[in-house]
Ligand binder design. Structure first.
Ligand code: PMP
Length: 396
C-alpha cells in the first residue's frame, strides 16, 4: 500500500535548514528558522538551565511516568508567568494547565480538545501567520480562515482590516492571537487595540486562542503578557498555548503547555478532564526533563533572577542587531527606508523583500531567509552583518 503515497512538500521553514546544511559555501548565513544565536553564532544552553539540570541530576530519584498533565509544579509556574499571581482567573481558580510538547504540541492539543468537545470548527488566523498554524489546525479538523493584519505599504498593522474581517466571525469561532512578538511580522497590538479585541470577543462570543511562544522577547516577561492578561480579565473563556523553546532555549526538550480558562472553577475542571483525555490518546503523558528544568528555575529565586538576566541579554542583543541592520543597510548604499525594522518586536523582521529577491539571496549569496521575506534577526551577529547587508543591497 505504501506505493500509493505521494511525496510531501518540504516544510517552508525547516526545509530551508536542510538546504542550508547542504550548502558548501563558507560564508553562508541561516536567517530562516527562529533560533536564538549569540554574538559568536552559537545557540548556547542558558546558565540557569545548566544549574537547574545539575540540581536535578543530584536530586532526581525516579524516571517513573508523569501524570497525563505532566509536572504539577510546572503547570502552576506556567500560570504564574502567564497571568501573574493576583489575576482574577488565578484567584477564582478558573485556569487549568497541562504540560505539553512545545508550543506546537500545545496548539494541537488545544485544537483537538475543541473539535472533540464543542461545536466550534473554525479558527481565524492573521494574514500572515506562522506557517505551521494552518497545518496544525487543519490536522485537528478545524477550518482555517484569515483576518487582515499586515499592511505592506506602511509596514504596520492594518487594524481596520482586522476588524472588518472579523465581522464575518461567528459565535464560538476561535480567534488565534499572537501573545507578543507576532510571527512573522514582529508587529503587535497596542493596549487600546487589545481592549477592542477583548470587547469584540465578548460581543461576538469568540474564543481567544493565544499562541504565546516569545514571552520575554518583546519588552519583558511581565510586559509581554499585558495583552493576554487584559483579554483574560474581560472574556469568560479562552485558551493559551505557550512554549519555552525560545525564552528558556529549550528547543529540543519540547516543552510548553495548554491552559484553559473557563467561566467558573467547576467548568474548568470538567474541561480539564477532556484535555487529559485528548492527551492520553495522543502521547499518553509528556516527557519530564524540560518541565523539571523550568519548574526548578521558576521555583528558585536565584535561578529565576539569573534566567531573567539571561533572557534580557537575548532580548537586548536582538534589539541591537535590529539597529545595526538598519544602519549597515544604509552604509551599503540602500536608499529605501528600513527604519521600521527597529520598531518590530521579537526574533523576526518582516523585511518586505519579495520571493525573487529571497531566491537570489539564497542562490547567489548563501543567505537563507523564508520566502515571505521574514528574516530571523536572532541569527544576525556583528560578524555576519556586513555579508548580509551587502547581499541585500545587491538584490534590492
Ligand atoms: N508559535 C509560534 C508563533 C512560533 O513561532 C513557534 C516556533 N517557531 C511555535 C509556536 C512553536 O514552538 P515550539 O517549537 O515550542 O513547538
Amino acid at each position: 500500500i505504501f506505493n500509493q503515497v505521494v511525496l510531501a512538500p518540504a516544510d517552508p521553514i525547516l526545509g530551508l535548514t536542510d538546504a542550508f546544511k547542504a550548502d558548501p559555501r563558507a560564508d553562508k548565513v541561516n536567517l530562516g528558522v527562529g533560533i536564538y544565536k549569540d554574538e559568536s553564532g552559537q545557540t548556547p544552553i542558558l546558565k540557569s538551565v545548566k544549574l537547574a539540570e545539575q540540581k536535578l541530576l543530584e536530586t532526581e530519584t525516579s524516571k517513573s511516568y508523569l501524570g497525563i498533565d505532566g509536572v504539577i509544579a510546572y503547570n502552576q509556574a506556567v500560570q504564574g508567568l502567564l497571568f501573574g499571581a493576583d489575576h482574577a482567573v488565578m484567584t477564582e481558580k478558573r485556569a487549568v494547565t497541562a504540560q505539553a510538547p512545545g508550543g506546537t504540541g500545545s496548539l494541537r492539543m488545544a485544537a483537538e480538545f475543541v473539535v472533540r468537545n464543542t461545536d466550534s470548527r473554525t479558527v481565524w488566523v492573521s494574514n500572515p501567520t506562522w506557517a505551521n498554524h494552518n497545518n496544525i489546525f487543519q490536522s485537528a479538523g478545524l477550518t482555517v480562515k484569515q483576518y487582515g493584519y499586515y499592511d505592506a505599504a506602511s509596514h504596520d498593522i492594518n487594524f481596520d482590516a482586522m476588524l472588518t474581517s472579523l465581522e464575518n466571525a461567528e459565535e464560538g469561532d476561535l480567534l488565534l492571537l499572537h501573545g507578543c512578538c507576532h510571527n512573522p511580522t514582529g508587529i503587535d497590538l497596542n493596549i487600546s487595540q487589545w481592549e477592542v479585541i477583548a470587547q469584540l470577543c465578548v460581543d461576538k462570543g469568540l474564543i481567544p486562542l493565544f499562541d504565546f511562544a516569545y514571552q520575554g522577547f518583546g519588552a519583558g516577561v511581565e510586559e509581554d503578557a499585558q495583552g493576554l492578561r487584559l483579554v483574560a480579565s474581560k472574556v469568560p473563556e479562552l485558551l493559551v498555548a505557550n512554549s519555552f523553546s525560545k525564552n528558556f532555549g529549550l528547543y529540543n526538550e519540547r516543552i510548553g503547555a495548554v491552559t484553559l480558562v473557563a467561566e467558573d472553577e467547576e467548568t474548568a475542571k470538567r474541561a480539564f478532564s477532556q484535555i487529559k483525555s485528548t492527551i492520553r490518546s495522543s502521547y499518553s503523558n509528556p516527557p519530564a526533563h524540560g518541565a523539571l528544568i523550568v519548574a526548578t528555575i521558576l521555583g528558585d529565586a536565584e535561578l529565576r533572577k539569573l534566567w531573567e538576566e539571561e533572557l534580557t541579554q537575548m532580548r537586548e542583543r536582538i534589539a541591537e542587531m535590529r539597529v545595526l541592520f538598519v544602519k549597515t543597510l544604509a552604509q551599503q548604499g540602500v536608499s529605501q527606508d528600513f527604519s521600521f525594522i527597529s520598531a518590530q518586536n521579537g526574533m523576526f523582521s518582516f523585511s518586505g523583500l519579495n520571493k525573487e529577491q529571497v531566491t537570489r539571496l539564497k542562490e547567489e549569496f548563501g543567505i537563507y531567509i523564508v520566502g515571505s521575506g521574514r528574516i530571523s534577526v536572532a541569527g544576525m551577529t556583528r560578524a555576519n552583518m556586513d555579508t548580509i547587508c551587502r547581499a541585500i543591497a545587491k538584490v534590492l
